[in-house]
Design a protein around this ligand. Structure first.
Ligand code: AGP
Length: 633
């Protein structure tokens, strides 16, 4: 990673990839324009609904609704709101579809406490049951609303800060919270746990937000908060406390606050990319968090069990998707064959109509689409439903067309992906689908529950392995890109390696515009090897289900190809007869657990494609001829 990127990435805690929150309080300034500006700068974090709460003479004024910021701004005349203190939110739905009721801010029963939130409350259902049993009237389907009621419950006769601390003690999960209390019109309370939250300091004005870009209109002095911290800001002051294990809290000293106060010399545009030059490289480095959020959000989700039982009892399982999502579907098909002994039909979505007569009412169609709006995939779903099949949808966008059309829904939690090339959504799909394959193995009886649980447990290490793979891969990918001078290359793999090779080749094609062709390594000698001549580049994805791929690598090298073998470091390959034109690139070890290998092997191909694209003078975020979502046939 470049020094500049490293410098910024060290300060940017890319946690909590969903939603954007902002709060502004000033001495004598209508803060609503600053809140709206801040929401504009946070829209890249989520944009399916928007809302603002203003404290004004002892009451709260709230306007919120489903839709993108500018549409809601016009529909609800957000600019008419006036006040010295306000909080705002732009949502990326995780609990509950995007609609007016589920839009933030959310309030307590009395309507005097309003909350905006980025993150996921894991013990949401038990907290909800307890609050309802104690008479609270919950209006939305969101996890966020519970926070307002927990504070309301704890505040009887106590200072608000104590009520907040008590409420936080009941919450398990991730959060960046902005809270206003009608009784204290010049304060905004906050709390942070694994979702980003920062404080901005200006003249007679202070603000808090999910990310730096939203604070740069307030000032360049930023206070970086840590997990477990909470407190409040006023226009000219702030207090930060740290929750203590086992309850209670302690106030940070002025020295501790000063130690994490920095002056940030970034433009808002640069800051929305986290200081990275492009969204794509930022999203490549966000992958550990995206995969962790997807794991956390799904590993205990009962919907996974329901999906597994549908798959296990289906006559046929057809997996349909396009592009990168199709490659995630290939990974799923391989792992399901291995762990659930299910032979699935992974089909390119635009090809389904030619075989749909064979789809029947006892079949299950698993549709994978990060956007949930891909025409081909939606069309395949329509055809399958017409023929009575059940449709399970896997998407990154709650409320998308695919989400609404699915009989059962599963969600990745990668947050919005701005770069046209799918990266963090791919490995998030892989994580979700591997968890699904394991669960399905228990349903088919191919896996006993303890074994499935132990593999699912081992998948917890995927984010850290992914981080290590990113760090190990970038310098190598950069050097390979610098030395690369060919118009085409092969990317070979067998078994799981072939699915990873297909995804890597797609990245290289779509953003570096180099003809990268993925091929099953065993098939390459049935014709394609005729293309190979001296220095013809061949990249090989070696995975632990297919060490025999070493033979294919040697065949290529023997014909003069320039071969790069990428493998988990602990995968033994018979490469003894390798010559000078073969390099072996050792990536973090997988311990032989196949499910970990997409997280170890994908980054080098993503980074090679990105570095080559930039070196060739292209814009990786906006590759020619491509759209982020293909909503036409
Ligand atoms: C992948 O980098 C491309 N952006 C493209 O192939 C994409 O994966 C495909 O269009 C499917 O998109 P979806 O996941 O939103 O359905």
């Amino acid at each position: 990673m470049r020094n500049a990127e490293k410098a910024v990435s060290v300060t940017q805690r890319w946690k909590g990839l969903l939603c954007g929150i902002i709060g502004v309080t000033a001495v004598d300034l209508n803060v609503v324009p600053l809140v709206i500006r801040g929401l504009q700068r946070l829209e890249y974090r989520g944009y399916d609904s928007v809302g603002i709460a203003v404290t004004s003479s002892g009451t709260l004024l709230i306007r919120k609704g489903a839709g993108e910021l500018e549409a809601v701004r016009r529909r609800l005349s957000l600019d008419e709101l006036q006040g010295l203190t306000a909080i705002g939110h732009t949502r990326w739905a995780t609990h509950g579809p995007p609609n007016d009721i589920n839009a933030h801010p959310h309030t307590d029963c009395s309507g005097t406490v309003a909350v905006v939130h980025n993150g996921v409350i894991r013990n949401y259902s038990s907290l909800r049951q307890e609050l309802v049993a104690r008479g609270h009237r919950l209006k939305s389907e969101t996890d966020t609303e519970l926070v307002a009621h927990l504070i309301e419950e704890a505040s009887a006769g106590k200072p608000f800060i104590e009520a907040l601390a008590s409420a936080l003690g009941k919450i398990e999960g991730t959060y960046a919270l902005g809270i206003v209390n009608a009784g204290e019109p010049d304060r905004i309370y906050f709390a942070k746990m694994r979702s980003p939250l920062l404080i901005g300091i200006g003249k007679g004005v202070r603000a808090l937000a999910s990310d730096i870009p939203a604070l740069l209109d307030i000032g360049k002095t930023i206070v970086f908060l840590d997990d477990g911290e909470f407190g409040y800001i006023t226009p000219n002051d702030m207090a930060i406390y740290r929750l203590l294990p086992g309850g209670g809290y302690v106030k940070l000293t002025p020295q501790e606050v000063a130690a994490r106060t920095k002056v940030v010399e970034l433009s808002p545009e640069a800051a929305s990319k986290g200081g990275y030059p492009h969204f794509m490289i930022k999203e490549i480095y966000e992958q550990p968090e995206a995969v962790r959020e997807t794991y956390d959000g799904n590993v205990e989700d009962p919907a996974l069990d329901r999906a597994a039982s549908l798959l296990a009892s289906a006559e046929k399982v057809i997996v349909v998707a396009a592009g990168t999502s199709y490659h995630a579907g290939l990974v799923f098909s391989l792992i399901a064959a291995r762990r659930a002994r299910l032979l699935l039909y992974p089909l390119i979505a635009s090809e389904v109509s030619y075989v749909s007569d064979a789809i029947g009412k006892d079949d299950v169609l698993l549709a994978v689409s990060q956007s949930g709006e891909t025409y081909d995939t939606l069309e395949a779903m329509r055809l399958a439903k017409e023929r009575g099949a059940t449709v399970i949808g896997v998407t990154n966008v709650v409320g998308s067309a695919l989400d609404r059309a699915s009989d059962l829904k599963l969600y990745t939690r990668a947050g919005p992906e701005i770069g046209v090339a799918a990266t963090k959504t791919f490995l998030s799909q892989v994580m979700l689908l591997e968890l699904l394959a394991l669960r399905t193995g228990v349903e088919t009886g191919a896996l006993d529950r303890p074994e499935a649980l132990s593999i699912a447990n081992a998948l917890k290490s995927a984010p850290s392995l992914l981080s290590a793979a990113l760090e190990a891969s970038d310098p190598v990918a950069t050097a390979m890109a610098r030395a690369f001078n060919s118009k085409s290359l092969y990317v070979l793999g067998r078994g799981l390696g072939h699915a990873i090779a297909k995804e890597g080749a797609l990245k290289i094609k779509e953003i570096a515009y180099v003809h990268a062709e993925a091929y099953p390594a065993g098939e390459s000698k049935h014709g394609p090897i005729a293309l190979v001549e001296r220095d013809f580049p061949v990249m090989v994805v070696a995975t632990s289900d297919s060490p025999e791929v070493a033979g294919n690598a040697i065949e290529m090298a023997a014909r003069g190809a320039k071969v790069f073998v990428t493998r988990p470091a602990d995968l033994r390959l018979e490469l003894s007869s390798q010559k000078g034109n073969m390099s072996v690139i050792d990536l973090p070890p997988s311990g032989g657990l196949l499910e970990l290998e997409p997280f170890i092997l994908s980054p080098i191909y993503q980074l090679f494609a990105y570095r080559l694209s930039v070196l060739l003078g292209h814009n990786p975020d906006k590759p020619r001829n491509l759209a982020k979502t293909v909503t036409v046939e």
